[in-house]
Structures are given as C-alpha cells and as structure tokens.
Design a protein around this ligand. Structure first.
Ligand SMILES: *Cc1c(COP(=O)(O)O)cnc(C)c1O
Length: 446
C-alpha cells in the first residue's frame, strides 16, 4: 500500500528523545494537566504503521490514535481530497448554506450501516456529541426519559456521556452531578462472569432484563445504549447471541437500541460494523473515530421515522459535518472499499491471535485473548490460576513496548488490558516486529 512515510522502525534516541522532552516541558506549563499523554513523543509525520517523532525516531503504531487512522494517518486519497477542499472552501455552516459533501456522507452512511430500511443521518464533531444526540432523538421519539447503559461502558466525556460511562477514575472523578435518568445494567463479560461460562449469554440477559424491570420499568426506557464490543472497557466481546436477545427485548418493549460503534465501526472488527457480525440491526447507530481518516467527524444514523421526529434547528452545531471532514470521510470510505480493509482487519486478527496464543502458552499471566478484526486485546492477571487483575504488570509491559518504539495502549475497568488497534494499512512485517517487541516485554516483566 502506498504510504508517504518509510515503513521501518528506527530508534535514533531514547524514547522520549530530547526534543520531545523539551516539548513535554512546554506542554506541562501550557496545557491542562487534565489532558494526559500516554506516550509523550511529539509526532512530526505519520502514515501506514509508522509514526515519526521530532527526534527522528520511527515508532510502530499499534494504536491508530485510538482507532481513528484506520486508513493511515496521511492516506493518499484523504490528503488529496482535503487539499482540494480547503482550496475551495473550509466552512459555510451546513445549517446556513449547505453543500453536497455533507449529503454524500449521509447517503454513504445509509448504505453501509446495518439494515436496509429507510435511514437518515446527522453529522457532528465528536463521538460524545453523536451519543448525546442519539439520546435526544430516542427521548423525543419515545416520549420516555430513561436510558440504560452497561457496566464497563464508555460513551464520552461530556456531562450526559460521563453519566453513561461506567468507570469513575479518571473519567468522572470530581465532575458530578451527572445527567439524570441514566441506569446501569450488568454486561455479559465472559471472562469475569461468576458461574458457568457456557451460560453467560442467557444468564447475563436475564440479569439485565430483570434489573431493568425491577429498577426502571421497561415502559420508562427510551433507549438501551451498547458498544457491540466494548472499547475503553477492555475490548469485552459479549457471547454470541446476547446482543440479538437484547435487541429483540428492546423491540418487544418499544425501546430503541442505540449501537455505539464509534470505536468498532468502519472495518475495525473485520465487518463494516460490529453489529453486522451478530446480524443485529440497531434503531440508531453512532459513528466517529475511523470514519474520516483522522479528521473530526461523527454521525448518528437511524430509522427515518426516529431521525425525522424532531423539528428543524433542534439538531446540529456550528461545525458539525464540516466540508473538509466530509471529503476526508468520503475518501477514507473509498479507500476501505477499494483496498478491502474489512478483509485486511480479519487477516490482522489471524496474525495477532496466532502469536498471542503462543505467547499465552509461555506466560500464564495472559488470562484471556479476545477481540475481533484489528481490535484485539490481552487481559493480564496474576497467573497461576489467580485471575486477579494485574494493572502494574500491564503498565510495565506497556512502558517496555513504548521504550522500544512500539505504541501500545491499555484499557479496562481494572487497568489490566493491553489493546491493539493498528492502522489497517500496516504491513505484515511491522506487525510481526511489533509482536516480537511485545514478547520481549513479557520476557522482561512477567
Ligand atoms: C471514543 C468513544 C466515544 C467518544 O468519542 P469522542 O470523539 O472522544 O467524543 C464514545 N463511544 C465510544 C465507544 C468510544 O470509543
């Protein structure tokens, strides 16, 4: 695949190097401490599977800026489309004087998202904003207030989405009071389900349905919001059939199902959307991250009768569906289609899982390997049969990878999940080299 950056790992200095350290000192003096940096190397260029920093280091990217640069960080089609668009115009505000590119993105979303019913979309700037608007629409359509989210869920950092997000530290600590009428239900988390693993799907569904009935009342619920594979919560993959059961239960009770596919969408899991794998058609779907080749764009797509229930002017925002972001999305989607990046995600899954399973034979601290497509994780535990989470080991392995020029990310409610989200344009060679570094990190720390 054509990339503008040499696809080779290279360490010129220690990580982070002296120029990055200087910039980090400036960062600490100028940027809020609330904005953390997982690996403070300052990036100058990036594409394919490589990030080049200001010290001349070339790092292998297993993060994609958190599942965003699915097509690469300077994918040729995206670069061309963006250059052309900024020369034509940068903004008009779609709500004032519209432009074709916004409509074209919404047409594409109608085609690609699950289900062949009539659909409409609305575009926004961030994932959290899309989630907020999906909840607004569900409430307006149903005339009900309650929203049910799950344990380990992550839906964003605005007030309503903090309420929907499960994890306190660091997302919610000190930031309350949170938006009301948000309820939490148990998640089907196979690895940590108490009881028989074979029965997780059924038991978790029963626990969810009975809890909502007892504590909320189905007739009060506007929507259930779910990540079909949980992202920040630790790449938790619910057992087959569970999502379908939840979807059917929602339909029975006139409750809308919102699939938050902000992290899982756009080829990441080996399908266009993670719901496709389960054959589930949500009423509303939120997308962002991988959609626009790195430019900020998010969407709510849903059944026409839901999306059209609100009055003109009730949805939107100054920048939502910015034309530069829209052409980037059209170019990124064209790249996914032309290069079969869904197929590439499935290949990447095969490569990762084969290596990780061999690693797990040597290191019993690897409690579980899970995920789908190019969204794979390992959950680390104390080992020797003890499944207690091992967040310190996770942090140590993560740091080791960073020091060797491999960008890895952690996740999970217990901070004990290493997750891998490489760009889908990464080469097999870089994937293999990254996995070698990961293995060395286990040898050195486990
Ligand atoms: C990242 C993410 C969000 C929030 O998106 P932002 O663009 O950071 O606001 C919401 N839901 C899921 C599943 C995410 O992964």
């Amino acid at each position: 695949m054509a990339t503008s950056v040499e696809q080779r790992r290279h360490l010129a200095t220690v990580i982070p190097g002296p120029r990055s350290q200087e910039l980090q000192a400036r960062k600490l003096a100028a940027v809020s401490a609330g904005v953390g940096t997982g690996l403070p190397v300052y990036v100058e260029r990036a594409d394919g599977g490589i990030l080049v920093d200001v010290d001349g280091n070339q790092l292998i990217d297993f993060g994609s800026g958190i599942a965003v640069t699915t097509v690469g960080a300077s994918a040729p089609r995206v670069v061309q489309a963006v250059k052309r668009q900024v020369e034509d115009f940068t903004h008009t505000c779609f709500m004032v004087t519209p432009y074709e590119e916004y409509v074209a993105v919404c047409e594409k979303l109608a085609l690609l998202t699950p289900g062949d019913h009539e659909k409409r979309s609305a575009l926004f700037n961030s994932g959290a904003e899309a989630v907020e608007n999906a909840v607004k629409l569900a409430r307006a359509f149903t005339g009900r207030a309650a929203v049910v989210a799950f344990d380990h869920a992550y839906h964003g950092r605005t007030n309503l989405t903090m309420a929907l997000t499960a994890k306190n530290m660091p997302y919610k600590q000190g930031f309350g009071p949170f938006a009301g009428e948000v309820y939490r239900a148990p998640m089907a988390y196979p690895y940590r389900w108490i009881g028989d693993r074979e029965r997780v799907a059924g038991e978790a569904f029963e626990a969810f349905a009975s809890q909502v009935r007892a504590q909320v009342g189905e007739q009060n619920v506007a929507a259930v919001i779910i990540e079909p594979i949980q992202g920040e919560g630790g790449f938790i993959v619910p057992p087959a059939g569970w999502l379908r059961q939840v979807a059917e239960w929602c339909r029975e009770h006139g409750i809308l199902l919102i699939a938050d596919e902000i992290q899982t969408g756009f080829c990441r899991t080996g399908d266009w959307f993670a719901c496709d794998h389960e054959g589930v058609v949500p009423d509303l779907i939120t997308t962002a991250k991988g959609m626009a080749g790195g430019l900020p764009l998010a969407a709510v797509t849903g059944r026409a009768e839901v999306m059209d229930v609100v009055s003109p002017g009730s949805l939107g925002g100054t920048y939502g569906g910015n034309p530069v972001a829209c052409v980037a999305a059209l170019a990124a989607i064209e790249t996914m289609e032309a290069d079969d990046l869904c197929g590439r995600a499935r290949e990447i899954e095969g490569l990762f899982k084969a290596r990780l399973h061999r690693l797990a034979e040597k290191f019993d601290v690897i409690g579980e390997i899970r995920g789908r497509g190019a969204m794979v994780a390992v959950e680390l535990v104390l080992g020797g049969g003890d499944t207690t989470p091992a967040p310190e080991l996770t942090a140590a392995v993560n740091r080791h990878c960073h020091s060797q020029g491999l960008v890895t990310l952690t996740a999970g409610t217990f901070g004990n999940v290493l997750r891998f989200l490489p760009p889908l344009t990464i080469s097999d060679e870089l994937l293999g080299e990254g996995l070698d570094i990961l293995e060395q990190a286990f040898v050195a720390n486990a």
